[in-house]
Write a protein that binds this ligand. Sequence first.
Ligand SMILES: Nc1ncnc2c1ncn2[C@@H]1O[C@H](COP(=O)(O)OP(=O)(O)O)[C@@H](O)[C@H]1O
Ligand SMILES: [Mg+2]
Length: 324
Amino acid sequence: MAGRELKALFRAYREGDELAFRRAAQEIVEEEEAKNHVALARDLRALLAGGGARSAVAPGVTLPEPPKDREGEWPLAQVRHAERGLDDLVLDGALVERLRTLAEEYRRWEEIDRRGIPRRQRILFHGPPGCGKTSAAEAVATEVGLPLVVVRIDAVVSSYLGETASNLHRIFDFVGQGSWVLLFDEFDALGKARDDPTEHGEVKRVITAFLQMLDAFRGPSLLIAATNHEHLLDPALWRRFDDVLEFPRATVHQSRKLLRSRLRAVKHQRLDIDASASRLKGKPHAAVEKVAWDAIRFAVLADRDVVQQSDLDRAINDALARPW
Ligand SMILES: Nc1ncnc2c1ncn2[C@@H]1O[C@H](COP(=O)(O)OP(=O)(O)O)[C@@H](O)[C@H]1O
Ligand SMILES: [Mg+2]
């Protein structure tokens, strides 16, 4: 193990520099791999990835600053510690299994690499709003113990010609320096030019640049792109992803489970959870969760510490009266 990398590791620790730490650690792992120290390299990689721990990155550790736009004004991404885990979500069992497998696979990429088959590294989440795409991306980051880099599409899309593609480059360059879960949330907005909707040439250039960066995406990070508007996606995009996961609206069974889970922490009396969940049929999980929060709110405002069915009914009426 080279002294230079060890020094970099120690310096990064002293300065609480997560990015420098990961870069040095990554180099050490690669060096051990090159020396054919397979077991050691695998163990180090697992340690770096968190090995299934809730978070490998201590919340106290300072995360690096994300890149900014050309004027140095707007951060192009937000870097943060993931907090929610898969257990906080109510999703179809098969979907949870696929998400867990993805995390497990990440931890064992080396074995996948050794067999010469491609990794699943670029994942697309799609489905209606409020059904857990953003939350699941965060949960995957928690599972693999990596910090989350959430791209700020609004800051990335620039009215200057060519600048959107440059911003994308800045993000991919930054991400190339460490291991992260890189989240392009609502990334279909990349396909919209900011000021001039007639500027089709620029939109095409941005999509082409994004596709190239997606194709070239390697290294120790996972990329997740999420969209509520799969019908807007360029057909060339779908096959660029190594896997595509759909997040459908809550089933009645899931709504029941979600209501129970969110009302567990409060006192309640004679609630008809089954009937309430049935009334919420076809709604997204976010709506169901809000119903639980609203019902608790109504009880608080009525100076009761017990949630009643009338609170739940009122919350459901509100949820059914608004768009989701
Ligand atoms: N499957 C789910 N299980 C539990 N809560 C959920 C689920 N989906 C969404 N929520 C709740 O709704 C909020 C919005 O969901 P989000 O993950 O942002 O949905 P999306 O990204 O699909 O629009 C979340 O913060 C979470 O509290
Ligand atoms: Mg979202």
